[in-house]
Write a protein that binds this ligand. Structure first.
Ligand code: ADP
Length: 461
């Protein structure tokens, strides 16, 4: 099939979160399966500065210059080059984001005309669906996080060039403004999200972020397809970021990575102390407040453990994390910032990985931690629930620890279970081994998407 993806971030060119990993890996995996895949993304400053082998495609028929790369056979990445909109330090949260992503969507809609399937991701690409309303192309829209919707004042609607009739409560209008995510949901032939449980959650007021009615109206076309892991990027056997290689068959390197991580963070180098890790955007979604509360509780009870964290975002949460590390320098160490290499080292060096998310569409870090032998402790929501098997299922099956309530108490109890597991070396080894051998490769996800695409692919004239 001739597939065109549109994403506002793509690893390794640009990344703020899981969207970049997921779109890059899906496109790569589809290309490896023999499809002709094009991935369109903006040319941000960070790409201009770091990739000097871009090839010009010119501007013919286009609103902007387009550059291309062919990182794999069958895969072309196209970069939309409009300095006024994209030559900026950060990817998002600019005052003119509506204009920026209307422009991007219009460019993609022009490039998409020869594709059989157009697959757009998240609000930044949502308008591509209505822009192609009259085209005989199969249209798929994937929601990686419904909390980000691209809501703008009504006067931005005119810039889209869409028929006035589309500014209607059944289509793009939302509480008097325009909602790009809603446009994607309403005009796609097929709406997908990144885990089966999150697909069910989106129908509920608690998780639908105000769009639950819209999701309910499209329930027949809404499917959850769990993301996968690009094991070429996220592996423990051939990884330049790690101090030592290891695998489920040979765990010595895992212990060396733990000691190296403790050294890197200035923590005492102790093999026998359970080490918890977390890598996060510091937002309400990720439950960092709960994490802080639970850590504080354990520390006040003088329990023996260590914690290493990496993240940035909400400045109050950043301050609270830093202050905890200052007060307990032998047990808590935190780096505020963004650091890909350190993300790999935390996954590899920790014994347990913490993800107390309030909601989690899929979550990638728990999938990485499973492969890295860092037993995930997760709240049972969205993709976390779909990808981790709780201790309660017995050590022959379990891959992690789950808790239900979004509270310090519930996370505290889960941490208590983790401490017990750590003390029982045989049981820990079994649970860790189960996780490390679980396969979340993209081959499964790609096959699921092939089936979905086949349902909506329009017959060629
Ligand atoms: P989300 O997309 O909601 O942020 P995911 O778990 O799906 O959460 O994906 C997060 C991705 O971003 C992972 O690859 C993770 O390692 C990476 N990441 C998040 N914060 C940081 C950070 N501070 N430094 C390096 N990588 C980070």
């Amino acid at each position: 099939m001739n597939i065109l993806h549109a994403s506002s971030e793509v690893f390794p060119y640009s990344k703020t979160g899981g969207l970049a990993d997921a779109t890059a890996a899906l496109a790569k995996s589809q290309a490896a399966a023999g499809h002709a895949v094009t991935l369109v993304t903006p040319l941000y400053r960070v790409i201009r500065e770091n990739f000097d082998d871009l090839k010009p495609l010119g501007r013919a028929q286009m609103l902007a210059n387009v550059w291309s790369l062919e990182p794999e056979p069958n895969l072309t990445v196209l970069f939309i080059d409009e300095p006024e909109w994209f030559d900026r330090k950060s990817l998002y949260s600019h005052i003119d984001d509506a204009e920026r992503f209307i422009f991007f969507s219009k460019c993609v809609a022009r490039l998409a005309r020869h594709a059989e399937i157009v697959h757009a991701h998240d609000w930044q690409s949502g308008l591509i669906m209505p822009l192609l309303a009259d085209e005989t192309i199969g249209k798929v829209f994937t929601i990686h996080n419904a909390a980000y919707q691209g809501c703008f004042p009504a006067d931005k609607f005119e810039l889209t060039g869409l028929p006035k009739s589309f500014f209607d409560w059944r289509q793009l209008e939302f509480h008097g403004g325009v909602n790009f995510l809603k446009g994607g949901i309403v005009f796609a032939d097929l709406v997908t999200t990144v885990s089966p449980r999150y697909a069910r959650e989106l129908l509920l007021e608690e998780y639908g972020c105000g769009l639950e009615g819209v999701f309910q109206s499209r329930v027949g076309t809404l499917t959850g397809v769990l993301n996968g892991v690009d094991y070429n990027e996220w592996n423990t056997t051939d990884n330049p970021h790690l101090a030592a290689a290891y695998s489920a068959d040979s765990l010595d390197g895992k212990h060396l990575n733990k000691l190296a991580l403790q050294r890197e963070f200035g923590l005492p180098e102790l093999a026998d102390v359970p080490l918890f890790g977390n890598i996060s955007r510091f937002t309400d979604q990720k439950g960092i407040d709960i994490l802080l509360g639970a850590l504080e509780q354990l520390l006040s009870r003088s329990l023996i453990f260590q914690f290493t964290g990496l993240g940035s975002g909400d400045s109050l949460l950043e301050q609270s994390m830093s202050s905890l590390a200052k007060r307990y320098p032998k047990q808590v160490a935190v780096k505020i910032g963004y650091d890909t290499g350190l993300a790999h080292r935390i996954e590899a060096g920790s014994d347990f990985y913490l993800m107390p998310s309030r909601f989690e569409p899929c979550g990638l870090n728990q999938l990485y931690s499973l492969r890295y032998g860092s037993v995930p402790i997760v709240r049972a929501t969205g993709g976390l629930d779909d990808s981790v098997i709780d201790l309660g299922h017995g050590e022959d099956m379990a891959t992690g620890i789950k808790f239900g309530d979004c509270s310090v108490t519930a996370l505290g109890q889960a941490l208590g279970q983790a401490q017990e597991l750590f003390a029982d070396r045989e049981r820990l080894a079994k649970v860790r081994d189960n996780g490390m051998r679980t396969d979340f490769s993209w081959t499964r996800t790609t096959a699921e998407y092939e089936k979905l695409y086949a349902k909506i692919k329009k017959p060629t004239a």
